[in-house]
Write a protein that binds this ligand. Structure first.
Ligand SMILES: Nc1ncnc2c1ncn2[C@@H]1O[C@H](COP(=O)(O)OP(=O)(O)OP(=O)(O)O)[C@@H](O)[C@H]1O
Ligand SMILES: [Mg+2]
Length: 467
C-alpha cells in the first residue's frame, strides 16, 4: 500500500486530507509541522509527502531540503515524491519549491479529484524510481562480475569471496600463477565497491626501479632531490578515496615494504622533501605469483606487512585445475574477439574444444585468450577449427629443436607433453634447469609437470633452481 505523509499546521485541513486519502487506499500519516514531518518520514518512509508551503517554523521549502538530506544518508531506497500545497496568489513560491525538487503543487482550496490524481502520480513516480534502482543494481552487479568466467567450484569460491569483500575496505591479497586473472579480479572488486566512482590505479612493483618507488607512491616537493623542479603528486594521493592495486607485491624491496606498512597503519603519507603528513584513504589490493609464505621464511618479505595485506586472500586456480571452465572461456573469448574484429564466428568445433580442454595451459587464461584471438583473426569459416589452433598449442610446447607430428585424431596432450619432457630431459642429460630452458619453461613449471607426468621415472638431477 502506498504511504503518504500529510504535513499541515491546520488541524482541520489535516483531517480532511487524511480521510480522503485513506478512502482512496493510501496509508496516511499526518504531521503538524516540518520538524514532526522529518521524524515521521524517517520512520515510515512515505512514497509521497504532501506538504503545506507556509507553516510556522520549518516551511515547505526547508522541508524539501531536509528530506533531501535524509535521502542522501539513507542506506535503503528512500526517495519520496514531494507535493506542495499553496494558497492562491503564492504561485511564485510554489514554482520556487519545484525548482528545489518538489514534484508538483496544488492550489488551495483543493480540488478532490486533482488531489487524488496528483498524489497517485506521485506514488507512481516513486515506484518507478525504486524499480529503476533495483534494475540498475542488478545490471551493475551482473555486468561487473560477468567479465569473470568460471563455473568450477574453485572459481565460484573466489567469486563468492570477491562479492563479500567488495563492500568492505579490507585489504585483499590475490594469489595465482601468471595469467590467472589477478588484475581482472582486483578491478572487479573495485568496481563492485562503494569506491567505484573513484580512481583505480595499478603499480607493478617488479617493473619499477628501487630508487623511483618512493616518489612514485608518495610524490615529492620541489627540491626534494636533484631534478625535482616541480611538485609531483604520488599514487597514494592520486588514488585518494579509491583503490590502489600493487601488482607483483612479492618484488617490493624491503625498504619500501616498511614504508608501505607505515602508510597502512597511519593512513597518511609524506611527500619526499615535504614536512606535512597528508591523510589518505586508499584501499590496497595486492597480487603476486610468488609463494609469499616461502618469501617470509627466507626473510625476503616482512611478516607484519604480509598480515596487513592479506586481511582477505583470494586464490586463483591455474587453468589446468579447472579444465571444465575451458569451453565457456572459449565461447567468451570468441564473442569478445568477434566484436573486436567484426567477425561472426559462432563457436569452436568440438574437436578444437576437446584439444583446448586437454591442454595444460602454462600461461593460463592469458594464453588461452591469445590462442582464441589469433584463431578468430585467422578463421575464414564460421567456427574455430582444430587446425586453426593446433599449431598454437604445438609451437608453445614444442620449440624448434623438437619435432613432433600431431595426429589429427585422438590428440592427447598429456601424452605429448610427457614425450616432450622426457626428450628434453634426455637432451639436457637430466639437468632440470637445462631441460626447462630447452622448452622455454620456468624451472618451477617444468619441475611441477615432470613430477606430475612421470611419477615413476627416476628423478632428474635436481640442481638448484636459478633464482
Ligand atoms: N575468469 C576469467 N574470465 C574471463 N577472462 C579472464 C578471466 N581471468 C582472466 N581473464 C583474462 O585473461 C587475461 C589475463 O588476466 P590478468 O591480466 O588479470 O592476469 P594476471 O593474473 O594479472 O596475470 P600476470 O600475473 O601475468 O600479470 C586478461 O585479458 C583477462 O581479462
Ligand atoms: Mg597481472
Amino acid at each position: 500500500m502506498p504511504v503518504v505523509l500529510v504535513v499541515d499546521d491546520e488541524p482541520l485541513q489535516r483531517d480532511i486530507l487524511k480521510t480522503i486519502l485513506q478512502d482512496e487506499g493510501f496509508e496516511t500519516h499526518v504531521a503538524a509541522s516540518g520538524e514532526e514531518a522529518v521524524t515521521i518520514a524517517r520512520e515510515f518512509r512515505p512514497d509521497v509527502i504532501l506538504s503545506d508551503l507556509k507553516m510556522e517554523g520549518m516551511d515547505g521549502i526547508e522541508l524539501i531540503e531536509r528530506v533531501s538530506e535524509l535521502k542522501s544518508s539513507a542506506t535503503e531506497f528512500f526517495d519520496p515524491t514531494i507535493i506542495i500545497m499553496t494558497a492562491h496568489g503564492t504561485i511564485s513560491s510554489a514554482v520556487e519549491a519545484m525548482r528545489r525538487g518538489a514534484f508538483d503543487y496544488l492550489t488551495k482550496p483543493l480540488n478532490k479529484d486533482s488531489l487524488i490524481l496528483t498524489v497517485r502520480r506521485g506514488t507512481e513516480r516513486t515506484d518507478l524510481l525504486r524499480e529503476n534502482l533495483q534494475l540498475h543494481r542488478e545490471l551493475y552487479d551482473r555486468f561487473r562480475m560477468e567479465g569473470i568466467v568460471g563455473k568450477s567450484p574453485k572459481m565460484q569460491e573466489a567469486i563468492e569471496i570477491m562479492r563479500k569483500v567488495s563492500g568492505s575496505p579490507a585489504t585483499v591479497l590475490i594469489l595465482g600463477e601468471s595469467g590467472t586473472g589477478k588484475e581482472l579480479v582486483a578491478r572487479a572488486i573495485h568496481y563492485n565497491s562503494p569506491r567505484r566512482s573513484k580512481a583505480f590505479t595499478a603499480l607493478n612493483c617488479a617493473s619499477i626501479p628501487e630508487n623511483l618507488f618512493e616518489s612514485e607512491l608518495f610524490g615529492y616537493e620541489p627540491g626534494a632531490f636533484t631534478g625535482a623542479s616541480t611538485r609531483r603528486i604520488g599514487l597514494f594521493e592520486a588514488t585518494n578515496g579509491g583503490t590502489l592495486f600493487l601488482d607483483e607485491i612479492g618484488d617490493m624491496p624491503p625498504l619500501m615494504q616498511s614504508k608501505l606498512l607505515r602508510v597502512i597503519q597511519d593512513r597518511e603519507i609524506r611527500r619526499l622533501g615535504g614536512k606535512d603528513a597528508i591523510k589518505v584513504d586508499v584501499r590496497i589490493i595486492s597480487a603476486t605469483n610468488k609463494d609469499l609464505e616461502k618469501e617470509l621464511a627466507k626473510g625476503n618479505f616482512r611478516e607484519d606487512l604480509y598480515y596487513r595485506l592479506r586481511v582477505v586472500s583470494i586464490d586463483l586456480p591455474p587453468l589446468r585445475d579447472r579444465k571444465n571452465d575451458v569451453p565457456e572461456l572459449v565461447a567468451f573469448f570468441i564473442n569478445k574477439y568477434n566484436a573486436e574484429f567484426g567477425k561472426r564466428l559462432k563457436s569452436a568445433e568440438p574437436a578444437a574444444v576437446k584439444a583446448l580442454s586437454e591442454y595444460t595451459w602454462p600461461g593460463n587464461i592469458r594464453q588461452l585468450e591469445s590462442v582464441i584471438e589469433r584463431a578468430v583473426i585467422m578463421s575464414d569459416g564460421d567456427s574455430v577449427r582444430l587446425k586453426d589452433i593446433k599449431g598454437e598449442l604445438r609451437t608453445f610446447q614444442s620449440p624448434d629443436c623438437f619435432d613432433f607430428d600431431l595426429p589429427e585424431e585422438g590428440l592427447n596432450f598429456e601424452e605429448l607433453e610427457e614425450k616432450l619432457l622426457r626428450k628434453a630431459m634426455t637432451k639436457a642429460n637430466g639437468v632440470v634447469a637445462k631441460a626447462a630452458k630447452l622448452l622455454g619453461m620456468s624451472y618451477k613449471t617444468f619441475w611441477y609437470r615432470w613430477e606430475k607426468l612421470t611419477p615413476n621415472s627416476p628423478p632428474g638431477k635436481k640442481d638448484a633452481p636459478p633464482e
